[in-house]
Design a protein around this ligand. Structure first.
Ligand SMILES: C[S@@+](CC[C@H](N)C(=O)[O-])C[C@H]1O[C@@H](n2cnc3c(N)ncnc32)[C@H](O)[C@@H]1O
Length: 285
């Protein structure tokens, strides 16, 4: 493939592992985009929760004249900039699992050799722990720091080839803001489409650049962006947010029945490892 052809490739998945990327939605997303762009409604797309940038990338490839703003809250572009270092480290440690079937546990002798190489890279200044986690940790587990990574057991989950991100970020306006700040900047401007793919409700955001859980309140705050905006919004059936909004619009004028109520709580055991809060609320009429 020539360099020029390579630059025009549209990625169907993010070039480096990213939890929660919307690759399964690309077909429907492209159809929705087409409605907005070909209806001449928009000149700018703002990807408020950019994540891996996949939705920004696809939009820019399809519509090169569109201004596409990729809000890179996780500094994913820094992982991409360092992709050669990541490929070099993977090439160094992949041979330690070459004798094993896929998913097999890597024994301690080889695990130590891998850790030595990772520590060396850590001391040299850059390690992409998310990509390393996808290559070595049990499915779905992620460590984001050297201290967390070295406590994990390793499995042969390497892909056999180098990662490639050539041209992936071409033409994107890359920035990093709290989504509300970026929204405030574009709010009310004509011709703007907001793409919103917030973290799932109470999702574990430790692989994102934040250790905060997304609570219902955060989730509901995002809905403020939707009012009066062109938007493409992603959510999960589990969040029940669409049901909640339907219920609220079926019950106009609904007031918070818990205003002024007394709240009592007690901690309850969910299973051996987690607890939750039980609540009792009361109020005199
Ligand atoms: C579900 S992911 C988005 C995935 C993205 N659409 C993709 O295809 O890769 C949600 C993203 O929101 C980011 N995020 C969390 N809190 C944020 C905030 N306050 N402002 C902007 N982005 C935030 C997370 O770090 C994560 O990258």
């Amino acid at each position: 493939m020539t360099h020029k052809q390579e630059r025009r490739t549209t990625f169907k998945t993010a070039p480096l592992p990213f939890q929660g990327q919307k690759h399964r939605f690309l077909t429907e997303y492209q159809k929705a985009l087409k409605e907005f762009v070909e209806g001449n409604e928009i000149h700018t797309l703002v990807d408020l929760f950019g994540g891996s940038g996949l939705l920004s990338h696809v939009a820019k490839r399809l519509y090169p004249n569109l201004t596409v703003v990729y809000n890179d809250y996780d500094d994913y572009h820094i992982r991409l900039q360092n992709i050669d270092r990541t490929n070099a480290l993977l090439s160094e440690i992949r041979p330690f699992a070459a004798h094993l079937p896929k998913e097999a546990k890597i024994v301690d002798t080889y695990r130590s050799r891998i850790l030595e190489a990772v520590e060396k890279a850590e001391n040299a200044g850059f390690v992409d722990y998310i990509t390393l986690s996808a290559s070595l940790l049990f499915s779905g587990r992620y460590a984001t720091t050297w201290s967390a990574f070295q406590k994990e057991g390793f499995y042969n989950r390497f892909i056999s080839h180098d990662y490639n991100a050539a041209g992936y970020l071409d033409g994107l306006v890359i920035c990093k803001y709290h989504y509300q700040e970026l929204f405030t900047y574009y709010q009310g401007q004509e011709g703007v489409l907001f793409v919103l793919d917030p973290p799932y409700l109470s999702t574990d955001t430790s692989t994102y650049n934040s250790d905060q859980y997304w609570k219902l309140r955060d989730y509901l705050d995002v809905l403020k962006v939707l009012q009066g905006s062109n938007y493409i919004y992603f959510t999960s059936g589990k969040s029940a947010i669409v049901d909640l909004c339907r219920w609220l619009s079926d019950n106009p004028g609904f007031r918070n029945p818990f205003d002024g109520a007394e709240v009592r709580t007690c901690s309850a055991q969910l299973n051996y490892s987690s607890r939750y809060l039980d609540m009792m609320l009361y109020k005199h009429r």
